[in-house]
Ligand binder design. Sequence first.
Ligand code: NAD
Length: 516
Amino acid sequence: MLSTSSYLINDKKYSFLKDLELKEVNHGVFNGNWTGNGEITKSISPSNGKIIAEIKNGNKNDYEDCVKASEEAYKVWADLPLPKRGEIVRQIGNALREKIEPLGKLVSLEMGKILPEGIGEVQEYVDICDYAVGLSRSLNGAIIPSERPGHALLEKWNPLGLIGVISAFNFPIAVYGWNSAIAMVCGDTILWKPAPTTPLVSIATINIISKVLEQNGINSAVATLCNGGADIGKNLATDTRIKLLSFTGSTQVGHQVGVEVQKRFGKHLLELGGNNAIIVNEDADIDMVITSTVFACAGTAGQRCTTTRRLIIHEKVYDEVLSRLKKAYSQIINRIGDPLDSKTLLGPLHSAESVAKFEQTISEAQKQGGAIEFGGKLVGSTGFFVEPTIISGLKHDSPVVHSECFAPIVYILKASNLKEAISWNNEVPQGLSSSLFTQNVNNIFEWIGPFGSDCGIINVNIPTSGAEIGGAFGGEKHTGGGRESGSDSWKQYMRRSTITINHSRELPLAQGIKFE
Ligand code: NAD
């Protein structure tokens, strides 16, 4: 049974923890068996700052055991027919469906996002499992016309081997889901190092996956787990046995990871920070803008990589948008509270450190000329709650506007035309998500064209957040250039071979070269 702090066990509100059937939860490492010989980490509830449970992290030896076990599991896993691996991923999707509520609640308890979003995250994993099952019957290579008679030119995809996933606190399950469901059908095995502050979600997730693997007679070290901090992350970055390292986190850490992986000519997939803007053009539908903007700026307490951080408004509609936005904010401020409570719209920030960064950014913004239009303060005395905040009066290129603060702060900027707004959208170092509200078809095509938004995600009349799994997800520039989830992202989890087979008795050279 789950060994958590006693206040959770005795409170009916947390009875969902029983449904997760966790055993030996104190062990934060899974190498086919649960273990953990590193330091003890505390999982803290962001809504009251209390300890949820204590977990034993992995140390260097535990990491080593995970790698070896996963490499062993790969020998059988990679040899299974793709649709057979797809069938197992289908069962994992079903097992997640069965646990969607308790697991979603655990996400809310440990990360701090509101329950519909906690459940939504598990749903995202379920969706990507379905997507991966389809992929397991459709992922294909190519036959390319050969210029040489009696030759066949083929393109074939093979699994990479063991891949590493380092994930961020804000999506403690979905990011692992995006990577693992696709990597699994591709034939890879996966070693996961989650954020140090969300260990319980990772343990509950791997517990579900390992049971499905075992029920199918598969070595459960296909999906290993090593909880820990930067030390374990660094091991993954420098280890040549990790054939692809998928990293989700801040630009600063992602840069270090990218350099380390590059030093050993490894492959990496980087999903880093964003600084996303919504442009509200003069012809925008303002009702749609207000509804979209409130969730995009303040939802998840501003802790989505795709949260809107800049609102670039045409001068003709600036006053109207600002005053209506303030009105909408004053309604949601009464709905700040426990993320597990169904009435709550705004949960807490994830940690005391996030609250400190919020305060620091507000004071920085004020020093740089910003005026607080709404919010700016901490809420309550327990937990990590802050007010959703709107700041005006800053220049579009103020340093604070160009950096990402992972909190519900939006800067509003007044632009005189669409060209100027697009240039401001593009001038920041990050390039994740962007959106334009307009009713004019010419503007739309300018926005999605070569001189439009330079981001990986370009939206029209929807906000910057809330991507679907079918498309490739990721961003340009300091966001890292990686693409996860749908479209042809699966190719990153595989090794491409170009194969030429001579089925004639002649030896013609390419380009008609004669060597006689
Ligand atoms: P973070 O960079 O602090 O940590 C991310 C992960 O890196 C954690 O697991 C951490 O333990 C690990 N880590 C820390 N130092 C390391 C090192 N030297 N080597 C290897 N690993 C190391 O990020 P965070 O605070 O957990 O998450 C918030 C950030 O993640 C934001 O910047 C957000 O925009 C970004 N993010 C991006 C996406 C995306 O898809 N683009 C999605 C979610 C979050």
